[in-house]
Design a protein around this ligand. Structure first.
Ligand code: FAD
Ligand code: MG
Ligand code: MG
Ligand code: MG
Ligand code: MG
Length: 555
């Protein structure tokens, strides 16, 4: 293209093939960060920006605290309380970090250039696009909502992803109640307008349904008492249970609570299409077709790929995927100098079994061709450090530990003897491999990845400039990519707010808490996680206001 390439050369990058290796550059490396969500924000906050020339590109100049988005739909929290201007976040970083409000429309991996577009309405004609050059690129653009190609979803459904989505939903609920109050409507019209449908029984769909229920029954029906018998909330889920990534106790509790409160939970349903004012779905078990009229519908199922990411994946031979594949150091595969964090990327975990002979040799200190249980336990500790996915497996499966499982597996195949040969060892390892899950698309993962990557960047630059091994939380071992520990996810548990001042919380290690006190825990955790004292104050103020005066349901 004939685009002006800015942010270009104070040193010639082509002589300095980038990558994570030491390249003794003369000037600072140029880092471009795409996205100002959980991943991008966390990277920026933790980066020592004096070491790099940093440009941040995002079509929105603020960070959104997404866990509180469902609360915005009901007016429990104001929209402006959960956003933090990105310029405020980077202000302390001085001139080393610059922000450009624009959308990246193309990543040119061969030229190491990103092409960006001014998406504002005031942009000068003929100057919509510009290009930026990078040495390192951090892709943190998040994901879109997946419609699975279902007809009518884009036209008629609300999504719940951005602040303006939440505000539109809030307004739409208002519209339904006002319309339903008009004098010329009959009962059928009213019931249609006040039929609220949520598609997707994951954490976001469930939390939204709970917020909607509380808004209607705690607040709106006091203002519209004549509509009491016409309201209906339906939650449509394709799986057999709602919250099916949570502990069974939470999932059951949520289903029972919703059913008791009159939320219609329809599990095991396949949505066939959405029309203006009605949704068609099929109950999988009976094959029965249902046509359900709605006044408002929210679609919240799974994550999809942004076009700029799909195009990038095509360039680098990752075309058959939904998200970018990275290695355990978050480096995008087949593309030097680029990193992927958060919802737009996932770590392609190497199967442990590929290293089985190496591990076996490592464990077999006596060189006897078989392992004692002690040797086995010892090597598994190293495996745990080298293959971080094992820890997730342990948390997800609520197991005492992988060690227990493996010891069992070994006993089964090798009863009577306390030794295991390489075949037993391989068997045990493949059992772990087969259970491996990828990391969830959550703020928790994105934020930890951003922080981890920033620490790697801080170390990389310090090594280049000072030629010393820096101090800090990152353990450095050996050379090349093995200098850094691979990214290790620390699962801190997950909340599921269920409405009525009740929440569920699940901690790693088979620990579950449900109820009113858990809701208070939720309040305090989410207040403490705010990115600034400004938003923290606003959020706590909103909650206090809600407790005294109810939700602010006005438009
Ligand atoms: P995002 O935070 O989505 O950020 C993406 C950024 O990239 C945005 O700034 C966007 O404007 C920008 N961008 C988009 N396109 C481009 C482009 N072409 N060029 C440049 N920039 C671009 N997770 C939890 O752990 N706990 C929760 O309670 C929780 N609740 C949630 C509730 C809701 C309603 C939603 C929608 C999500 C929730 N999540 C929660 C998930 C969490 O928000 C995501 O996993 C997280 O935001 C992922 O971070 P990210 O940086 O990858 O993407
Ligand atoms: Mg981001
Ligand atoms: Mg975000
Ligand atoms: Mg996202
Ligand atoms: Mg991811």
């Amino acid at each position: 293209t004939g685009l002006l390439v800015v942010f270009a050369d104070d040193h010639n990058t082509s002589h300095n093939p980038p990558g994570i290796s030491n390249t003794a550059g003369t000037g600072k490396k140029k880092v471009i960060v795409l996205g100002t969500g959980w991943g991008g924000m966390s990277f920026l906050k933790n980066l020592d920006s004096t070491l790099y020339d940093v440009r941040v590109v995002s079509p929105r100049n603020y960070f959104v605290f997404t866990p509180l988005l469902p609360s915005v739909t009901s007016g429990s929290v104001e929209a402006r309380s959960i956003v933090e201007p990105i310029r405020r976040i980077i202000r302390s970083k001085g001139k080393h970090v610059q922000f450009h409000e624009a959308e990246c429309i193309k990543i040119d991996a061969a030229k190491k250039v990103v092409i960006c577009k001014d998406v504002s309405k005031v942009r000068p004609k003929g100057k919509e696009e510009f290009a930026l050059q990078y040495d390192y690129l951090v892709v943190a653009v998040g994901a879109t909502t997946n419609t699975f190609g279902t007809k009518g979803v884009r036209e008629y459904c609300h999504f719940l992803k951005e602040v303006y989505d939440a505000e539109k939903i809030k307004e739409s609920i208002q519209n339904c109640f006002e319309s339903a109050s008009l004098p010329h409507l009959n009962k059928e019209d009213r019931q249609k307008l006040l039929s609220f449908v949520v598609v997707g029984g994951g954490p976001t769909g469930v939390e939204f349904a709970a917020e909607l229920h509380d808004l209607i029954y705690d607040d709106l029906l006091n203002l519209y008492p004549h509509l009491h018998n016409d309201v209906k909330i339906t939650l449509v889920q394709s799986g057999d249970h709602i919250l099916n990534t949570y502990d069974e106790r939470i999932s059951k509790y949520a289903e029972q609570k919703f059913t008791r409160e009159g939320i219609h939970v329809k599990t095991g349903c396949r949505v066939l299409g959405v029309q203006d004012g009605a949704i068609d779905f099929k109950i999988k078990s009976s094959g029965q077709l249902v046509n359900l009229p709605y006044g408002m519908i929210v679609w919240s199922t799974g994550i999809g790929t942004r076009p700029v990411v799909s195009d990038f994946m095509n360039q680098i031979g990752q075309s058959d995927r939904r998200v970018l594949a990275t290695d355990e150091w978050l480096r995008i595969k087949n593309c030097h100098g680029t990193f992927g964090i958060g919802d737009c990327a996932s770590i392609e975990q190497r199967r442990i079994v590929e290293d089985v002979s190496y591990l076996f040799k490592l464990a077999d200190k006596s060189n006897s061709g078989s392992l004692t249980i002690e040797e086995f336990v010892e090597v598994m500790e190293q495996v745990r450090q080298r293959y971080p996915q094992i820890d997730i497996y342990m948390e997800r499966q609520h197991m005492r530990g992988v060690l227990g499982l493996l010891a069992d597996a070994v006993k089964d195949g090798n009863r009577g003897s306390m030794q295991l040969d390489i075949e037993n060892f391989k068997q045990a390892i493949s059992k772990v491999d087969s259970q491996m899950k990828s990391m969830p698309a959550t703020a928790q993962v994105a934020a930890q990845q951003g922080e981890y990557l920033a620490h790697c960047f801080n170390h990389m630059a310090a090594e280049v400039h000072d030629n010393i091994a820096p101090e800090g939380p990152m353990r450095i071992r050996g050379k090349g990519r093995h200098r850094f520990q691979p990214f290790q996810y620390r699962h801190l548990g997950q909340f599921a707010p269920l409405g009525g001042e009740k929440a569920a919380y699940e901690l790693p290690g088979d620990w579950v808490s449900i109820g009113r006190s858990t809701q208070w825990l939720w309040y305090s955790v989410y207040a403490s996680k705010q990115v600034s004292w400004r938003t923290r104050t606003l959020v706590v103020f909103d909650w206090t206001k809600k407790m005294f005066f109810g939700r602010d349901s006005s438009r």
